[in-house]
Design a binder for this molecule. Structure first.
Ligand SMILES: C=C1C=NC(C(F)(F)F)=NC1=N
Ligand SMILES: [Mg+2]
Length: 210
């Protein structure tokens, strides 16, 4: 996976949004997010036909901006929609299972320590999500903040394997996350709660990427 794809990796579900989620996604795509993950979970999340319909609407929008459409956890839906990839946690399926069913798809894995990262790379992940870097409000069962030194240590171990930082990342701390070794920043609230999504995404983007 081209690590520039991870530049600004927006993650969203209907639960995260104050205003219309599809409008939020449209504005974020227009502003230049480089990857999108549908993470529909938690209290009040869509299920069944409404969930699938929402997912298809998000996928269609991503396709019109040539931005990868990644599904969190739900491998079945990812395969049904022929999504560009999936993102799974340590508790989700074994990558090998998904890999067989989905050649050429992007597979991302959340990792919290060097053993998990080593395993994810061995199992054929295309990128790893490392965090939470800072305190997050978006994930109820998040681990304690790992901080930048942890991210730097993981970068040292990973060589140039694609790494995206996640957890409490804002316009203020995004550059520190990048200079600590992340190829990109993954965000939920800072975009979902932004009054000016175009400005927010521009402030998060690493400019003049070749
Ligand atoms: C828990 C997560 C950790 N990392 C990522 C990503 F940023 F995509 F790598 N997504 C998640 N849903
Ligand atoms: Mg998960």
């Amino acid at each position: 996976m081209d690590c520039n794809r991870l530049n600004v990796y927006f993650i969203m579900g209907t639960v995260n949004c104050k205003k219309d989620p599809l409008k939020t996604l449209e504005e974020a795509l227009q502003a230049g997010i480089t990857c999108f993950q549908l993470r529909e979970k938690g209290e009040g999340a869509l299920i069944g036909a409404a969930y699938e319909e929402f997912a298809r609407a998000c996928q269609k929008m991503c396709q019109s901006y040539q931005v990868p459409f990644i599904v969190n956890d739900d491998v079945e839906l990812a395969l049904k929609l022929n999504a560009d990839g999936i993102h799974v946690g340590q508790e989700d399926l074994a990558l090998s299972t998904f890999r067989e069913q989905a050649k050429g798809k992007i597979v991302g894995v959340s990792v919290h320590n060097s053993r998990e990262m080593k395993q994810a790379i061995l199992n054929g992940a295309d990128y790893v999500g490392i965090g939470p870097i800072y305190r997050t409000k978006s994930k109820t069962d998040a681990k304690p903040p790992a901080g930048l030194p942890f991210l730097s240590a993981m970068r040292k171990q990973a060589g140039n394997f694609p790494i995206v930082g996640i957890g409490g990342i804002t316009e203020e701390n995004a550059s520190a996350v990048r200079s600590s070794g992340a190829d990109g920043v993954s965000v939920i609230s800072v975009i979902c709660h932004s009054k000016d999504i175009k400005q927010t995404v521009e402030n998060l983007l690493l400019e003049n990427i070749n």
